[in-house]
Design a protein around this ligand. Structure first.
Ligand code: PMP
Length: 306
């Protein structure tokens, strides 16, 4: 059962989480018309910090624009609300924050006319999201990642997460940790709620921007950390064979931070023997260390990102 923090932001004020409720007939519940952010905060050395909040804010407002919700809030106002909510919840642990834009009006038809969208935010304690020891065991999903001609893929729209739900729950039903998703042409896009970085023949490769992956803030951070360490990052097509024959497959997302996949469809990644015991690679170790340094405030990039 998920435990939430006592206060949330709802209906333009900070209220007790239990009091932030909507009708069962609300437009957003019936049609998935939301867009949301997933933000991480840390409590280190007696101080609360939030990872790349402005980047999350920009992605959220961009999504609202793309989806035509016609909701916008200035950065200063958004930042003040978040700051006030963080104070009110008296945080003493690492946490996750979910700002989202939604429509709470009850409505039978999906059309937009006459509907108002608004911002709400709730928070919960969150140390480590991935409970797996070692790397993730991935399954190739039979569900394709939807493409941009159907739903804007760069928007975290609530309804489109039925796609992630199908992929990840099928993977878990089959005994895997998560699903690797492909596009209509068979190229790798991402994991159900996380981006990927492939280490292949000494190159760092991420899927082309034109592909349907979300523009993840963690993957951007991972790439910037790699560049900071002198590595060049390439964009290109990644097919399944490349994953099978890669040195490493890194998996990045706000909730899971930076982790790696130990296998795809039971074939170990980065090892020749089908039955080899899994082991983390050097890029994973490097990035994990760098990321921890950032969130502990010990990295040159800490100031910019926290
Ligand atoms: N892809 C999808 C589909 C996601 O839902 C997420 C999680 N927001 C990511 C990638 C990773 O993005 P981020 O690093 O910004 O959390």
């Amino acid at each position: 059962k998920t435990e939430f923090m006592k206060y949330a932001y709802f209906d333009k004020e900070i209220v007790e989480f239990e009091k932030a409720t909507v009708s069962i007939a609300t437009h957003s519940l019936q049609y998935g018309t939301t867009c949301f952010g997933g933000v991480r905060g840390y409590y280190r050395n007696g101080k609360v910090s939030i990872f790349r909040l402005k980047d999350h804010y920009i992605r959220l407002m961009t999504a609202s624009k793309m989806l035509g919700y016609e909701f916008f809030m200035e950065w200063d106002e958004f930042k003040n609300i978040v700051t006030e909510l963080v104070k009110k919840n008296d945080i003493k642990e690492d946490f996750y924050m979910r700002p989202f834009i939604f429509c709470k009006e009850p409505r039978l038809s999906p059309k937009k006319a006459g509907l108002d969208f608004d911002l709400a935010i709730y928070m919960l304690p969150l140390a480590d999201y991935v409970s797996t020891k070692g790397g993730l065991k991935l399954m190739s999903s039979t569900y394709r990642k939807y493409n941009d001609s159907s739903i804007p893929t760069k928007a975290k729209a609530g309804g489109s997460y039925v796609n992630s739900f199908l992929a990840t729950s099928d993977a878990q039903r089959n005994g895997y940790d998560d699903a690797l998703m492909f596009d209509d042409t068979g190229n790798v896009v991402e994991v159900s709620v996380a981006n990927i970085v492939l280490i292949y023949r000494d190159q760092v490769i991420i899927p082309d921007t034109g592909n349907a992956a979300l523009e993840g803030i963690t993957v951007r951070s991972a790439l910037e950390l790699l560049e900071y360490n002198g590595y060049k990052v390439n964009r290109g097509k990644i097919d399944r064979s490349m994953v099978f024959t890669a040195d490493e497959l890194l998996v990045t997302g706000t909730a899971m931070k930076i982790t790696y996949a130990e296998s795809l469809d039971q074939r170990p990644i980065g090892q020749l023997d089908f039955n080899a015991a899994p082991k983390p690679g050097k890029f994973y170790e490097l990035l994990k260390g760098e990321y921890e340094k950032v969130i502990n405030g010990d990295h040159e990039l800490s100031k910019e990102w926290l």
